[in-house]
Design a binder for this molecule. Sequence first.
Ligand code: GRF
Length: 207
Amino acid sequence: MLDIVVMVSGGGTNLQAIIDSIKSGYNKDVKIVRVISNNKEAYALERARKNGIDAVTVSPGDYKDRESFNEALLKAVDEVHPGLIVLAGFLVVIPEKMVKKYENRIINIHPSLIPSFCGKGCYGIKVHEKALSRGVKVTGATVHFVDAGTDTGPIIMQKAVEVRNGDTPQILQKRVMEEAEWKILPEAIRLFSQGKIILKDKKVIVE
Ligand code: GRF
């Protein structure tokens, strides 16, 4: 059984996709042992509670400084001994100490085809605004390992999504979620649980 921690900040539709993939048996060898959010209002926490999953908030505002927050965040993860940490719309920088401790065991979903439209400050709806502003005809989503950078870790999976005439950032975001994010994130977790994701020279080979 692969125990995973899912880290969230918002609505939790990617978390829901993971929950649904476990319920359907697609991810029968995976168990979400804790959901962690920096935002106590995140609906993702409600999704966790509705499914009997331990849901905790670790918010920067509750700590005197960033170092104390970082320690508390790492403790909240360590306590449940995950084999994999999944960032599903988590908007807080992962502490360096945590990246090192869980090297190649933290994955992130980003709503573009990295290396396009990613990096510091490029997240959520902004990604789709940039894609439309550039006029790309194809965008999509990426699952990648988390390293010390922002959206710079080895790419695990990507899925393309067409951009259509008249798309607004909101319409495009929804299509990318439905057609790409909610598919490749559960699939990447399944492959990881089966030991099929091989890292060689910072490149991913999926067996
Ligand atoms: C998703 O678009 C994801 O790609 C990005 O943040 C958003 C989170 O949405 N990292 P949700 O909370 O999973 O609904």
